[in-house]
Write a protein that binds this ligand. Structure first.
Ligand code: ASP
Ligand code: MG
Length: 418
């Protein structure tokens, strides 16, 4: 059996954890399986490197940022490989480029275009454990190193699993799997034993941080099943699979409650009634690579208004792009509100009961005295905006009222979920 194991930054924080990961890898290897390991950078290394870059330059070329950030994963993979040697195993660490991970040239958010894992296979053939630096690749046209976006080691693992036709892709993290809500916000959140890849896709897009959305997208497209587990325990984790039906509790058609704390709501007032104005508005955002959600259009005596959300980190750039556009589009006024958050209910049962779910959701939040902003519904998800300061309460109230609370409060093993 070929197993891909990916370890997140918090699982690699410090020598003890590195040794524990090496032991886990060898246990799998000695169980007779081929193992390919993908490690993220240790702990907060990537954030620290970004902080360091900020202290030396206000203008940080994306190429240089990628040169800098790719180093974090080389450090951790080499260290775990050494720890494996120390325990009597053989291992060989490889950068993303050496592992044959080819990407396009978009520094900071490159997409994998091909994987030629020749050296990974060579290492396996001589009985060694290959360690592949996560989150990175090389653009063959420019010869430059690239990164896949924050949290991108998940993508590396799933992409390798697809390319090498692995039997299992395990993502080791600091929580015991995928939960019905972020356990740091909802102490009674329950671990899901299994859920479908499409539900996970919705959960990740709606803010569940346990897996990077693009990794789930990749898994979905390439038919890779992903097993999310804790590197701190031997508990069973969550299987995210194509065949899985999910295990939403009886009496609830909701699989989980996800949230996005940092959302920017952009409003464009005074939009021309000419439909081409709306088209060009979204074209500008699409060219800027800005993901939008919760689109609303309204019309009043004052003219047309278009409102939508973007990740808070994209808020200023989206506003600038739209303001530049306004110079060519008459009387528009663009504003950016950073005081909202988004909460979403996700589940395959949503389609059928949408109206009653929205009604119940409104009742829950109204009883809690929480203002309800725009609501958007699809077959798998209902999202709404609420005041950022009331987000945690909203998540907890919905989790309870939709029957998701577990009997006891759980524990989160370590710090931030990466
Ligand atoms: N080290 C990178 C980050 O912090 C990639 C990863 O952790 O997957 O975003
Ligand atoms: Mg992660």
């Amino acid at each position: 059996m070929l197993v891909i194991q990916k370890y997140g930054g918090s699982s690699l924080q410090g020598a003890d954890r590195i040794r524990a990961v090496a032991e886990r890898v060898l246990t799998t290897r000695r169980g007779g399986h081929d193992v390919v390991v993908v490690c993220s950078a240790m702990g907060d290394t990537s954030d620290e490197l970004i902080g360091l870059a900020r202290t030396v330059s206000s203008d940080r070329p994306a190429r240089e940022m990628d040169m800098l950030l790719t180093s974090g994963e080389r450090v951790s993979n080499a260290l775990v490989a050494m720890a494996v040697h120390n325990l009597g195993g053989t291992a060989k660490s490889l950068s993303g480029a050496q592992a044959g991970i080819h990407t396009d040239g978009h520094h900071g958010s490159a997409r994998i275009t091909a994987i030629e894992p020749v050296r990974v296979r060579e290492a396996l053939d001589v009985g060694a454990v290959p360690f592949v630096s996560g989150f990175q690749g090389i653009c063959p046209q420019s010869g430059d190193l690239t990164t896949l976006g924050r949290g991108g080691s998940d993508v590396t693992a799933v992409a390798l699993a697809a390319a090498m036709n692995a039997d299992l892709c395990e993502i080791y993290t600091d929580v015991e799997g995928v939960y019905t809500a972020d356990p740091r916000v909802v102490p009674r959140a329950r671990r899901l034993e299994a859920l479908s890849t499409v539900e996970m896709l919705e959960m990740a897009a709606a803010g569940a941080k346990v897996l990077m959305p693009r990794c789930v997208e990749y898994a979905h497209r390439h038919g890779v099943d992903v097993h999310v587990r804790s590197s701190f325990t031997d508990r069973p984790g969550t299987l995210v699979s194509h065949s899985s039906e999910g295990d939403s509790m009886e009496g609830s058609c909701i699989t989980g409650v996800a949230h996005l704390r940092s959302v920017a709501q952009i409003t464009v007032c005074g939009l021309s009634a000419d439909p081409s104005a709306t088209t060009s508005l979204f074209e500008v955002l699409a060219e800027g690579g800005i993901p939008i959600d919760m689109v609303q259009r309204s019309r009043s005596a004052a003219g047309h208004t278009m409102a939508f959300t973007v990740p808070a980190s994209d808020g200023p750039r989206a506003t600038d792009l739209l303001k530049q556009r306004r110079e060519n589009s008459g009387d528009e006024h663009v504003s950016c509100d950073l005081t909202v958050s988004q909460v979403s209910l996700v589940g395959v049962g949503i389609g059928a009961g949408r109206t009653s779910i929205v009604a119940r959701l409104c009742r829950t939040l109204t009883e809690a005295g929480i203002d309800i902003g725009p609501i958007a519904a699809s077959e798998l998800r209902i999202s709404l905006l609420c005041p950022a300061g009331r987000l945690d309460e909203a998540v907890r109230a919905l989790h309870r009222d939709f029957g998701l609370d577990g009997a006891t409060e759980g524990t989160v093993e370590a710090g931030a979920i990466r």
